[in-house]
Design a protein around this ligand. Structure first.
Ligand code: PMP
Length: 361
């Protein structure tokens, strides 16, 4: 049998394993920050109709520029955005890959404040962009001073800011975004995958777009919309940024089926986003309950919670799994991340945590 090492693979990919949270078939899956609620029946019907209407024309390529979908997304985002300022791709992972293809690449660098979304360094690797892991401060926070000093020192071509941040869950102070935009010599990508779950008073970087052509806001339908399987991410930025990613995107990257399904989902957004407040309530319940039990818990503006387990997180992770509850070990010693889903899932998680804590004592 040929092994990977026998192939003339790129040196920087040798010995690596692919990204992947375990996809285990357990009763309570709270490890990838999906939306736990299934697509509501009227939306299933609407998406079905939209897909059926495309089928006879699958002999034709899709609209290469996905104009109608981008117009729908611009309208959803508001802030006076137009189709020329919005771009869509297969998940925000592909959006960010395209950004690195256009603005990173060999001889260039991308900087992120870790711990943050684990795909950022992997997308940098895949595009040949040098990754610079910058540091966060106390309790995974990030002050203007800490952010600006590291951006000034490394002069990266691309800065990733993640707000709300995955895995910590906390939204960034808008002053940090403004200061990084000022200090960075290149592009600043604000990954707002979880924006719809933010606590009241949180400001989106969308508000800062006017007058900042190097700012990109990355969004997704995978979380609040409950459309992870549909694979639809998008960005908002200056029209010139959209022109830049059009240079590197594969022609026809978004299938007609994806475009049609996503358009139907955006049209029915009230039904889909109707789960957001229930999920936020479970998120707040997890934070409050774990704190009552004496655990350290990061503030969350997302649909997940990072909590300190008071021991070896790999042991607690396995003990929770043994009780049918799958959470995420993000590789932070002593911490685990749990997705907020339905009330029943929270019950199962909190009960399992009680048993696990008790076993440890
Ligand atoms: N950004 C962040 C911060 C995420 O947590 C995720 C999903 N885990 C993504 C982007 C990518 O999501 P998708 O490709 O499904 O849009």
């Amino acid at each position: 049998m040929t092994s990977l090492d026998d192939l003339p693979i790129r040196d920087d990919l040798r010995g690596l394993s692919p990204y992947g949270a375990p996809q285990l078939d357990v009763p309570v899956r709270l490890n990838t920050n999906e939306n736990s609620y299934p697509v509501p029946e009227p939306v299933v019907e609407a998406i079905g109709k939209a897909l059926a209407a495309e089928l006879r024309e699958l002999n034709r390529y899709p609209d290469r520029d996905a104009v109608a979908l981008r117009a729908d997304l611009a309208e959803y985002l508001g802030h006076g955005l137009t189709v020329a300022q919005v771009w869509a791709a297969n998940g925000s992972n592909e959006i960010q890959q395209q950004l690195l293809q256009a603005f990173g690449g060999p001889g260039r660098s991308a900087l992120g404040f870790v711990p943050a979304y684990s795909m950022h360094p992997l997308l940098a690797l895949g595009t040949g962009t040098r990754w610079v892991p910058a540091e966060r401060g106390v309790d995974f926070g990030l002050t203007v001073e800490e952010a600006v000093a590291q951006v000034r020192e490394h002069q990266p071509d691309v800065v990733f800011l993640c707000s709300p941040n995955n895995p910590t869950g906390t939204a960034l102070d808008p002053a940090v975004i403004a200061a990084v935009l000022d200090a960075a010599p290149g592009m600043v990508v604000v990954d707002e995958a979880y924006a719809e779950f933010a606590r009241p008073g949180t400001v989106s970087a969308l508000a800062v777009l006017p007058g900042h052509p190097r700012l990109v806001v990355s969004r997704t339908m995978s979380k609040a919309f409950g459309f992870a399987g549909g694979r639809l991410g998008y960005l908002a930025a200056d029209p010139a940024v959209v022109q830049a990613v059009q240079l590197v995107r594969l022609p026809y990257h978004l299938s007609s089926l994806t475009q049609a399904a996503a358009r139907a989902a955006v049209t029915h957004r009230d039904a889909l986003l109707g789960t957001v407040s229930a999920i936020m309530a479970q998120r707040d319940r997890i934070v409050a309950t774990l704190r009552e039990r004496g655990l350290r818990v990061a503030d969350s503006d997302a649909n997940f919670v990072l909590f300190q387990v008071g021991g070896d997180q790999t042991v607690i992770w396995k003990a929770l799994l043994a009780q049918g509850v799958l959470v995420r070990d993000v590789g932070l010693p002593g911490w685990l991340r749990v997705t907020a889903g339905t009330a029943a899932e929270t019950d199962a998680f909190l009960t399992a945590m009680e048993t696990v804590t008790w076993e440890r004592e």
